[in-house]
Design a binder for this molecule. Structure first.
Ligand code: FAD
Ligand code: PHB
Ligand code: PHB
Length: 429
């Protein structure tokens, strides 16, 4: 029985969607396939970010049917500028999902990064140190490729799903309810995958007595600017400077993504483009500064930095994946890659359940994910500590940071350790 109820018009979301479309973010026609009815699927996925979309695609390949509920519009999801660096294992997972053609054509393979301090740039050569590379390809593009693939296979996605709520998670037949287009819909399923990010409903649906949370909030954020200007160097430049951290990154050979560390009290409105470019220039080495081509910003935002892990990543028939369960500060470029590794483990566990009627991998899911997550949490925390100015750093702390940087560029073992973590630790069996 499907009852109906009035829904407040999503005027704000629609305005944003129109703005995104004007900015050039286009997606195939995304029909609301499930609005206002009851669906029965094997897996209900909450959230159409990279974790939810990739899981949907990998499950479809394995013959497991899934429906996705997303609270925003497809255009809104594509308008969020986020991650840019992919580990080799993430690239392989996208290949497995059959969505890597454009990635291989347009993605940029990077053999290393630059670390810049005391006005000098030092290269960390991943290929030479650990025989691996990373690929620069925006989260926006991955999401777009996954959305296209999902439309092509005709799998159901409900965009603008409101008031999503999870029910009977501790039973064998959980349900997800939502409101869409003036009606209430329901999905009956075997499992719920909570892929709805840090602010989503999934983690909040777990009784707090069943969850242990670990958190560190940093006293600064990253002000990021996207611009259609060429990158300052062929590889990323991470800079430690007395005025604060800076990062020169990119999305392509013609589109740059730059960040500067700012106090949390800063507002984007106080950062006109010229002020941003001047600040960035002041924090990098002279080669990068003179190579810096400035231009109008396409997007500008401030992201807070946080380390967060919720344990365990399972409650009954609900499995959390990606930002729903953990957050890393951006310095190690691990957020999207961790979401992908969770999805890898969850896919394998669900396939084992359906094909072999064996729940060993489902039962081991949380512990297996958390081992990799904590290593990435450690690395991201360490990179953040190494490269940022902390308001309360005393003279002792400053010398320790300096010694850490000197050790990194002076010791092959130290550089190899950074490289091994940055390119991504291997998956467990
Ligand atoms: P998300 O991408 O957050 O997707 C979750 C989806 O669930 C969203 O589409 C959301 O709308 C939807 N949702 C939320 N609540 C509900 C609900 N109740 N019902 C239905 N749907 C819901 N990583 C990097 O490597 N580099 C970066 O530069 C970078 N920048 C970032 C900037 C910001 C502001 C943020 C927040 C993250 C950034 N990250 C970055 C991290 C990276 O983007 C994330 O780790 C990655 O997006 C995780 O994917 P996900 O699918 O788990 O979560
Ligand atoms: C990005 O390009 O957005 C990016 C790259 C590397 C990071 C963080 C963000 O460590
Ligand atoms: C990430 O790289 O994981 C990341 C980047 C920016 C954020 C949070 C996480 O604000």
């Amino acid at each position: 029985m499907v009852d109906s109820m009035p829904i407040p018009a999503g005027r704000k979301a629609r305005r944003r969607a129109v703005a995104n479309r004007r900015a050039g973010y286009t997606v195939p026609d995304q029909k609301n396939e499930g609005g206002g009815r009851t669906m029965r699927v094997q897996v209900a996925i909450v959230g159409a970010g990279p974790a939810g979309l990739l899981l949907g695609q990998l499950l479809a390949k394995a013959g497991i049917d899934a429906a996705i509920l997303e609270q925003r519009t497809a255009d809104y999801v594509l308008g969020r500028i986020r991650a840019g660096v992919l580990e080799q294992t993430t690239v392989e997972l996208l290949e497995e999902a059959g969505v890597a053609t454009r990635l291989h054509r347009e993605g940029l393979v990077h053999d290393g990064i630059h670390l810049c301090f005391d006005g000098t740039r030092h290269r960390i050569d991943f290929r030479e140190l650990v025989g691996k590379t990373v690929t620069v390809y925006g989260q926006t593009e991955i999401t777009r490729d996954l959305m296209h693939a999902r439309v092509a296979i005709g799998a159901p996605t409900v965009y603008e799903a409101e008031q999503v709520s999870l029910h009977d998670l501790d039973s064998a037949s959980p349900r997800v309810r939502y409101a869409s287009g003036g009606n209430v819909g329901q999905i009956e399923c075997d499992f719920v995958a909570g892929c709805d990010g840090f602010h989503g409903v999934s983690r909040q649906s777990i009784p707090s007595s069943m969850l242990r949370v670990f958190e560190r909030v940093y006293p600064f954020g990253w002000l990021g600017v996207l611009s259609d200007t060429p990158p300052v160097a062929p590889e990323l430049v991470y800079a430690n400077h007395p005025r604060g951290f800076a990062l020169c990154s990119m999305r392509s050979t013609t589109r740059s993504r730059h960040y500067v560390q700012v106090p949390l009290s800063e507002r984007v409105e106080d950062w006109p483009d010229d002020r941003f470019w001047d600040e960035l220039r002041s924090r990098v080495d002279s080669d990068s500064a003179s190579a810096l081509v400035t231009g109008p910003s396409i997007e500008k935002s401030i992201a807070p930095l946080r380390s967060f892990v919720a344990e365990p990543m399972r409650y009954g028939r609900l499995f959390l994946a990606g930002d729903a369960a953990h957050i890393v500060p951006p310095t190690g470029a691990k957020g999207l890659n961790l979401a992908a590794s969770d999805v890898h483990y969850l896919t394998r566990a669900l396939v084992r359940h359906y094909r072999q009627n064996d729940d060993a991998l489902l039962n081991g899911y949380s512990a297996r994910c958390l081992r990799r997550i904590w290593r990435a949490e450690r690395f991201s925390w360490w990179m953040t500590s190494l490269l940022h100015r902390f308001p309360d750093t005393d003279a002792f702390g400053a010398r320790i940071q300096q010694a850490d940087l000197d050790y990194l560029v002076g010791s092959r073992a130290a550089a190899a350790s950074l490289a091994e973590n940055y390119v991504g630790l291997p998956f467990e069996d």
